[in-house]
Design a protein around this ligand. Structure first.
Ligand SMILES: [Zn+2]
Length: 303
């Protein structure tokens, strides 16, 4: 039986004797709520679930207040996929694709040639960080391992899985060994790393999606002494708001807003992530641009 008390949870772990650390994540209703915003063919939903899980795992490796964005932009059937996770583990994700509902294609055809971009936007400063790797490898986890190798120079092993109900994953990282002194510590560390990697590889997607964190860690760590930290909640939450959409409408310009009013009677902006509609009628548009110093005549038929 699957134990699923929360929308989603993240568990951090460390090895007591070696500079190895990692995270385990399981998404339940957080993933179902996210997925319910749009209808996706199963292969696209799987990729989206893996990307959402990866965004949580990546956000957990960083010390920051802000947002981590994972973006897949390639020439394949999924044109663009964006998964975002904040430091508070609020998660959202969306994919644009041209697959029919029952179509099934492999990872390379799904993403095509292109890039995987990881962006960290800080809430406190304007300093953003961006890492880019080519979309190569047999799956998203393999792509991300390359990202860690090239951007952070940390050997990293990553497993990701998703089905219609759940998404889950695990990340294992080898920290710089300079912090551990003593003769032979490098060899011991390498041995522990190899053992843990092999243990991680023995985890099936079913285990990632259903087994308790304790059970999966026991399987990966074997005789090694591992400390598992308490859960951090992860939930689906969109960051769209009236203020953000209003500034988007302003950036369109008054002419375009008026053109939409003339042809549709209202300007409607739909959030790509959560599907929420923001509707602006003639009065709203007049107020929006008047507040910005643009003088508008009152719309006809309104007093
Ligand atoms: Zn939204």
């Amino acid at each position: 039986m699957v134990d699923e008390p929360t929308a989603g949870e993240l568990r951090r772990f460390v090895l007591e004797a070696q500079p190895l650390r990692g995270q385990w994540v399981r998404l339940g209703s957080a993933w179902r709520d996210l997925r319910a915003c749009r209808s996706y063919p199963p292969v696209v939903a799987s990729l989206l679930g893996e990307a959402a899980t990866a965004a949580v795992l990546l956000a957990a490796t960083l010390k920051f207040e802000g947002t981590l964005t994972l973006q897949i932009a390639g020439s394949g059937r999924v044109r663009l996929l964006v998964a975002q996770c904040t430091d508070q583990f609020q998660l959202r994700a969306v994919a644009n694709h041209d697959l029919a509902a029952t179509e099934a294609v492999g990872f390379s055809e799904l993403v095509g040639a292109g890039r995987l971009v990881v962006t960290v936007q800080s809430e406190q400063t304007s300093a953003n960080y961006q890492g880019i790797v080519p979309l190569e490898g047999e799956n998203l986890a393999a792509c991300l391992e390359r990202y860690f190798e090239s951007s952070e120079q940390l050997p990293t092993r990553l497993l990701l899985a998703a089905d219609g109900e759940r998404a889950g994953g695990m990340l294992l990282q080898k920290l710089p060994s300079a912090t551990v002194g003593g003769e032979g510590s490098g060899a011991l560390l390498q041995q522990a790393w190899e053992e843990l990697r092999a243990g991680l590889d023995s985890l099936s997607p079913e285990q990632l999606l259903a087994a308790a964190a304790e059970d999966s860690l026991r399987r990966v760590f074997g005789a090694h002494d591992c400390r598992l930290f308490g859960p951090t909640a992860v939930r689906f939450a969109c960051r769209c708001s009236n203020a953000r959409v209003a500034s988007l409408v302003k950036s369109l310009g008054v002419e375009e807003a008026r053109a939409a009013l003339a042809s549709e009677g209202a300007l409607t902006v739909t959030c790509e992530f959560c599907g929420r509609d923001y509707r602006y009628d003639a009065v709203d548009i007049a107020q929006l641009f008047a507040a910005d110093g643009v003088v508008q005549p009152p719309p006809s038929g309104y007093n």
